[in-house]
Design a protein around this ligand. Structure first.
Ligand code: DGL
Length: 279
């Protein structure tokens, strides 16, 4: 069993969003060793179809299994909303998603809940369903925010345009006088400085990243596979440019990570573009 405890936990996202989950892992489960994968060659996920998300996530899980992980955390709401339930039936390894932990936390805090998310997550209705299953008297408004992920990945965190877009996305939720806001995409905590200014101070913010890590801790304890040795250094892999990811991540990690490139089944046109850039 000691050998299982020492194995890494796989954590993936389309890009830097999963770092908000990684940071919670460092805070709450510092003894766990992590394998991080960002599918940067194929982001954003939030405008993809369910069939595409399923294909991408299967590829990531299959690769992570070859890396001998003991658990996989979908640090991506879009994957959690569109693929988790289906893939939990296909794989033996513990697979965790963000929606239920986030929904349960929100229900404890409020009655008028706003969710900002990628268009795919908002359209899936996953948060509304999960919240109303716990408490049918809660009202839920979900807003798809197509521009946020690319603005974050392009490091436009402080641009006036990003502030303006945030104001527009939050407006319908402000009009509904929400008392609680869920970050329905792991990238969004990177814009917290903007949301705090726009939202009335009474509005509580739920970051499901915090709660998925608590769920992971419970699961590790239940299965008897929580590590009790010092963690190994996090291993970072991306499917796109390792240099870009390393530079962008630095502001959240506090150091420049060593990032390796791992290509999955990237569509032909993306491979061709990359080859042109490399030449
Ligand atoms: N950060 C992911 C999520 O939580 C994916 C965002 C995207 O690539 O569109 O939904």
């Amino acid at each position: 069993m000691a050998a299982t405890k020492n194995r890494r936990i796989g954590l993936f996202d389309s890009g830097v969003g999963g770092l908000t989950v990684l940071k919670q892992m460092y805070r709450r489960l510092p003894q766990e060793s992590i394998l991080y994968f960002g599918d940067t060659a194929r982001l954003p996920y939030g405008t993809r179809s369910q069939a595409e998300i399923l294909q991408f996530v299967r590829e990531i899980i299959d690769w992570m299994l070859t890396q001998d992980v003991k658990m996989i955390i979908m640090a991506c709401n879009t994957s959690s909303a569109l693929a988790l339930e289906i893939l939990q039936k296909e794989y033996d390894i513990p697979l965790l998603g963000l929606i239920l932990p986030g929904a349960r936390a929100a229900v404890r805090l409020g009655k008028r809940i706003g969710v900002i998310a990628t268009p795919a997550t908002a359209a899936s209705n996953a948060y509304r369903q999960a919240i109303q299953e716990v408490d049918p008297t809660t009202e839920v408004w979900q807003v798809g925010c197509p521009e946020f992920v690319m603005l974050i990945e392009q490091n436009q965190l402080h641009s006036p345009y990003t502030r303006q877009v945030a104001q527009e996305y939050l407006q319908p939720l402000l009009e509904q006088k929400i008392d609680t806001l869920i970050y329905g995409c792991t990238h969004y905590r990177h814009l917290e400085h903007i949301f705090r200014v726009i939202l009335p101070s009474a509005v509580k913010i739920v970051d499901p990243a915090e709660y998925i890590v608590m769920a992971a801790e419970k699961e590790l304890e239940l299965m008897g596979i929580k590590n009790n040795q010092p963690a190994l250094a996090t291993r970072f892999y991306v499917s796109g440019s390792s240099g870009d990811f390393a530079q962008l991540s630095r502001q959240w990690l506090g150091y420049i990570p060593q990032v390796r490139c791992h290509k999955l089944h990237i569509p032909v046109e993306v491979r061709e573009q990359e080859l042109r850039i490399e030449n």
